[in-house]
Ligand binder design. Structure first.
Ligand SMILES: Nc1ncnc2c1ncn2[C@@H]1O[C@H](COP(=O)(O)OP(=O)(O)OP(=O)(O)O)[C@@H](O)[C@H]1O
Length: 310
């Protein structure tokens, strides 16, 4: 079982502390989502784990070794960092055959990974004729070529069509269940929520959260109970006596904070108030993420990118 271990990692570009003292462990068997606003330092961290950028300070190791010094790097870790990594003049098949040959991977893996990512029908086409989604699939095929123990993917859903997104949603947990360590960055909260068991959230180069997805949502967003009672009844006064706050929306439904569905149902039954609808309104990962990052970082959509921190 191979973990990614990052300790006190720092990367400074001029006056920008892109990564500012980050420590975490990514474990096998689960998908770890890597979240954070634009410029938070996710790509820089991934690049340092893969030896594509040199840390200013600190360490990043895969299976206890610096990746650049690994004996068999392609079987240790596969990465999707840049969808444009393939030579545009090569066919998809030839691109993967060249990668396989230079890494001493058997050529029959090429057919297997093309099949896995759904590119077999277009394997003879030049990469220059590929859409972004097709290049993204080819990048994923290249990452899988060495059947690696660790997968690191920067925005794998970028440019994928709905079929490709469904494939990613199914493939990442499957690859993790096979015992691999899977680290995936994304800005698509519903995507991450659908496949990530664990989350690392970065803001301005620092770790803001490192917890299971369920814990993260519970800690940063409040679940509510949705309630509808017959016109003219007021559940709020009864519920307030038990410490629950009920607020009516403009469609005549009540949102109740601070209580579980069974407690609220019981209080209403005791008070003889008929219930037409009673349902859990689960907090979403997006709500939790926005609640955390809006107060913790300065980079939000629509605001200028601020370079240089004091
Ligand atoms: N080669 C570089 N030279 C100078 N600054 C850089 C370089 N690479 C990244 N940075 C800066 O480091 C910071 C972190 O960038 P990084 O790309 O790691 O963030 P990110 O979280 O991956 O963002 P995004 O979600 O937009 O991809 C940003 O301020 C960025 O401008």
């Amino acid at each position: 079982m191979t973990t990614i271990e990052v300790h006190d990692l720092i990367k400074v570009y001029g006056s920008t502390r892109a990564v500012d003292g980050v420590t975490f462990t990514v474990r096998p068997g689960v998908v770890t989502g890597f979240l954070g606003p634009n410029g938070a330092g996710k790509s820089t961290t991934m690049r340092m784990i893969l030896g594509l950028d040199r840390p200013t300070a600190g360490t990043a190791v895969i299976g206890g070794r610096v990746f650049a010094e690994a004996e068999h790097p392609v079987t240790l870790a596969g990465a999707l960092i840049d969808a444009d990594a393939a030579h545009p003049g090569r066919t998809a098949r030839n691109h993967l055959l060249a990668l396989a040959a230079s890494n001493r991977i058997p050529a029959d893996r090429v057919g297997a990974v093309l099949d896995e990512v759904g590119l077999s029908a277009v394997e003879g086409r030049r990469v220059s004729a590929f859409s972004l989604g097709m290049r993204q699939r080819l990048g994923i095929a290249a990452a899988l070529l060495g059947d690696p123990q660790v997968l690191i993917m920067d925005e794998p859903s970028n440019g994928l069509d709905p079929e490709g997104i469904i494939w990613i949603r199914e493939a990442l947990p499957r690859l993790a269940r096979e015992g691999r360590t899977v680290l995936v960055s994304s800005h698509l909260m519903s995507e991450i929520a659908s496949y990530a068991d664990h989350l690392l959230v970065l803001g301005e180069g620092r770790i803001l959260a490192d917890s299971s997805t369920d814990e993260f949502v519970r800690a940063h967003a409040e679940s509510r109970v949705r309630l509808r009672t017959p016109h003219g009844t007021r559940p709020d006064e009864v519920l307030a006596r038990s410490g629950f706050t009920a607020v009516e929306d403009d469609r005549g439904r009540w949102m109740v904070r601070g209580g579980r569905i069974d407690e609220i149902g019981a209080r209403l039954a005791d008070a003889g108030i008929p219930v037409l609808e009673l349902a859990d309104q689960q907090a979403s990962l997006e709500q939790a993420y926005l609640a955390l990052t809006s107060c913790a970082t300065t980079h939000t959509s629509g605001t200028a990118h601020r370079e240089g921190r004091s």
